[in-house]
Design a protein. Structure first.
Ligand SMILES: Nc1nc2c(c(=O)[nH]1)N[C@H]1C(S)=C(S)[C@@H](COP(=O)(O)O)O[C@H]1N2
Ligand SMILES: [Mo]
Length: 252
């Protein structure tokens, strides 16, 4: 993916400013509280650990800003995504009635949920911003089922430390820690601005993680799994993003 982001430079700068002694102290605190991000290795690793640990200690319970209805963007920008594959098109032709979200891993009752199943759980809406690492953003109303409702329904086990989630376009996936997975604004989103979630915005089902950059809000979700380690997925860095020089933890 693209070149190294501006944020990455800022993160690295922050690490440099903190100095070696500061970094060592931060690293110590981070280890003590188990706040080591999966992309902690490599040259940006210490900066990633510092950012993630500091944010988690200071802002664990913070809310992403919510906006008044009057600020909903008139023409929200749908980013280019890979053209939906044949599996997606077949499901789309059937009005997504066969769309399923499989939920497994560290849960007591693995499940395969249809869109009506998700809608039958408690539903919430939020008016929040999608901010891309490339600099653009828009505000929309997102209607969905908070991820915590799904995790409660399947009986998330206490050993779970992360939730990894996967798009039907299989090369796109990501993960979040339990702080974000259980956060009230993290939604499995199926509605937008009073209608169904359009395909261009990730319909029929998209993860919305409004406390982090847009790339964590993965479109076309068909699978999620609760896990105590991210090492077994992809290159073990928590998502595809760190493979391209972006941070796994993308808090804003
Ligand atoms: N499946 C999938 N999800 C994705 C992407 C993608 O290419 N494929 N792009 C991500 C990125 S980089 C951003 S910034 C947002 C863009 O969301 P939007 O199309 O609603 O603007 O979607 C994210 N989710
Ligand atoms: Mo993005």
């Amino acid at each position: 993916m693209k070149s190294i982001s501006r944020r990455k430079f800022m993160t690295t700068g922050l690490a440099a400013t903190a100095g070696l002694a500061g970094l060592a102290a931060a690293d110590h605190v981070a280890h003590r509280y188990g706040l080591i991000p999966p992309d902690h290795g490599g040259i940006y690793g210490p900066g990633e650990t510092l950012t993630y640990a500091a944010q988690r200690l200071l802002t664990r319970h913070s809310l992403a800003r919510e906006f008044p209805r009057s600020m909903i963007s008139k023409s929200p920008f749908a980013n280019e995504t890979a053209p939906p594959n044949d599996a997606f098109k077949r499901l789309q032709a059937g009005g997504f009635s066969d769309w399923r979200l499989s939920v497994d891993g560290m849960v007591a009752r693995p499940a395969s949920l249809s869109l009506p199943d998700l809608r039958s759980l408690p539903v919430r809406s939020q008016i929040t911003e999608v901010a891309c690492e490339e600099g653009w953003s828009y505000i929309a109303e997102w209607i969905g089922t908070p991820l915590i409702e799904v995790l409660n329904a399947v009986g998330i086990l206490p050993q779970a430390r992360y939730v990894a989630y996967f798009s039907i376009d299989s090369n796109w996936w990501d993960s979040i820690d339990m702080g974000d997975a259980l956060h009230p604004q993290t939604f499995l989103t199926w509605g937008m601005n009073d209608g169904d979630l359009p395909v261009s915005f990730g319909g029929p089902l998209r993860m919305r993680v409004p406390r982090q950059l847009g790339y964590k809000s993965v479109k076309y979700i068909t699978h999620l799994t609760a896990t105590d380690t991210l090492k077994k997925f992809g290159k073990g860095l928590g998502s595809v993003e760190p493979e391209g020089g972006y941070a796994w933890y993308a808090g804003i």
